[in-house]
Design a protein around this ligand. Structure first.
Ligand code: SF4
Ligand code: SF4
Length: 473
């Protein structure tokens, strides 16, 4: 693959849907050299990118009550979201959260198209706001970049390419470390960084592999990640409809297009066919052909066209955020049957999720009489029952648990050692309860058992005690 061909040439009116803008007729990749973006949307995206990058790099180091604010430790199946810890036992919450996320993506896309891709997606932010800017800084404008790629390997080219890829590698290494901090936590990452490599070869190899992957994606694969790989981009075809707001060319106003001739009165459309919207496009498409899978809604064509409209003293917005209905009929409606349906479903799911999180207990204990066991006669007129106890600790600390009978006098004891449940772990133990014969009034005596955590009541469990009625066999 070479970096020698550019896609920034006009697409034929009829053929654009039969081919990919980044692939030549011979099936080779066309390298994109987009013009440097400028304008109000670009400035807004720069601000949004800095905020997003700050969130990505700073959040893993933020702590709440001595614990990470956010952590997605897939290796230990431990997740911390805004200071709340979740584990595999919270699978129902995960399932509802996942379904809510999918419904939210559907709703958001139906209404706002690929707004996420242009403003928030880390791939776009890193590619367009970080790596692409390094291209401009080191290699110059698109023409100079192309000339450099086409030229033979001189000292200048070797220096520029080495310098650029050195920075790419360093940034990819930083991104890998950031990703690892989200997964294993900043404490473990700092330990890895400050201890000898021989003590964490696995972690080091993982970081280097991810560094290589990021370097390859941002240095070579680039816009193909959005066009060929991203599943979200592929979903657009089924999610977008005539009311979805996308980046659209106003063909009613713009067509028929034609070059500007100052001496003649203009009787055709507002598009002066200057090609600026195509030249700035980082995915190499012509938005005047209509909404296309390749469009990542990056807004640079809006800025480019607005500046042309300013210069020819026409109103801005020939390319703008709008829907097909908005362009054709001037009707803009966020509330369509689809968006209302998704909204109702989303409200139900989020309400359910909030309810489950709010009512979620720190400790979950179940006590069930051991199956297949009858009561046992004990000395001194006591009757005993054996129980199975299962205790789950959803907190950050190990928790010692003890038990106390609430509604009857009797003895209760855990078999084996005292019950201490480690963080995010579940333990099973046996429990003996002994009652005096004269306390037993029926075959099943109702029992209330207090579960004590550090002496405080954490839960009250209802069960029953099997024994001879009236204390007689
Ligand atoms: S930048 Fe605007 S005027 Fe120029 S070709 Fe694109 S749509 Fe037409
Ligand atoms: S068509 Fe416009 S918004 Fe879409 S990717 Fe190209 S420049 Fe960005």
């Amino acid at each position: 693959m070479t970096e020698t061909e550019t896609t920034n040439s006009p697409a034929s009116e009829t053929s654009f849907r039969d081919q990919l803008g980044i692939v030549s007729k011979e099936g080779k990749r066309k390298w994109i050299y987009p013009k440097k973006p400028e304008g109000r949307f670009h400035r807004g995206r720069i601000l949004a990118s800095w905020i997003l990058l700050a969130i990505l790099f700073v959040t893993p180091f933020l702590r709440f009550n001595g614990h990470p604010l956010m952590l997605f430790d897939i290796t230990e199946r431990k997740f911390i979201v805004f200071g709340l810890i979740f584990g595999p036992h919270d699978y129902i919450l995960f399932a509802i959260a996942m379904i809510s996320t999918i419904v939210f993506i559907f709703l958001f896309t139906v209404v706002f198209g690929r707004l996420f891709c242009g403003w928030i997606c880390p791939q776009t932010v890193f590619m367009e706001m970080v790596f692409r800017k390094i291209d401009y800084w080191i290699e110059g404008n698109p023409l100079r970049q192309k000339q450099l790629n086409d030229s033979s390997w001189t000292g200048n080219k070797i220096f520029k390419k080495s310098f650029k890829h050195g920075i790419y590698f360093f940034l990819s290494f930083l991104i890998s470390n950031m990703l690892l901090a989200w997964i294993i936590g900043s404490d473990k990452l700092l330990k890895i960084i400050t201890s000898p490599p021989s003590e964490h070869m696995g972690g080091l190899v993982a970081i280097l592999v991810f560094t290589g992957v990021f370097h390859w994606i941002f240095g070579w694969f680039r816009e193909q990640a959005c066009i060929l790989v991203c599943p979200y981009g592929r979903l657009q075809g089924v999610l977008l409809d005539r009311n979805s707001i996308v980046i659209a060319y106003d063909f009613i106003r713009g067509e028929p297009r034609g070059k500007l001739r100052k001496s003649e009165e203009r009787v055709i459309g507002d598009c002066i066919d200057c090609h600026q919207c195509v030249d700035v496009c980082p995915t190499g498409i012509d938005i005047r052909n209509g909404t296309q899978l390749e469009c990542i809604n990056c807004t640079t064509c809006i800025d480019a066209c607005d500046s042309i409209m300013d210069s020819v003293e026409k109103p801005r917005g020939l390319i703008r955020y709008d829907s097909i209905e908005g362009i054709e009929k001037k009707i803009r409606s966020l509330f369509t049957p689809r968006s209302i349906g998704y909204s109702i479903l989303l409200i139900i799911l989020i309400s359910l999720l909030i309810y489950l999180v709010i009512t979620r207990s720190d400790i979950d204990v179940t006590i069930l009489r051991t199956g297949g066991m009858f009561y046992q006669e004990q000395p001194d007129d006591y009757i005993s029952n054996l129980y199975d106890v299962k205790a789950l600790n959803k907190t950050f600390e190990s928790v010692p648990l003890s038990f106390k009978l609430k509604n009857v006098d009797g003895m209760i004891s855990v078999l084996g050692d005292s019950l201490i449940v480690k963080t995010q772990e579940s333990v099973s133990v046996k429990l003996f309860i002994m009652l005096r014969r004269d306390q037993i009034r029926s075959m099943n005596t109702p029992l209330q058992i207090e579960v004590l955590r550090n002496g405080e009541i954490a839960q009250i469990i209802e069960t029953s005690f099997l024994g001879p009625v009236g204390g007689k066999e």
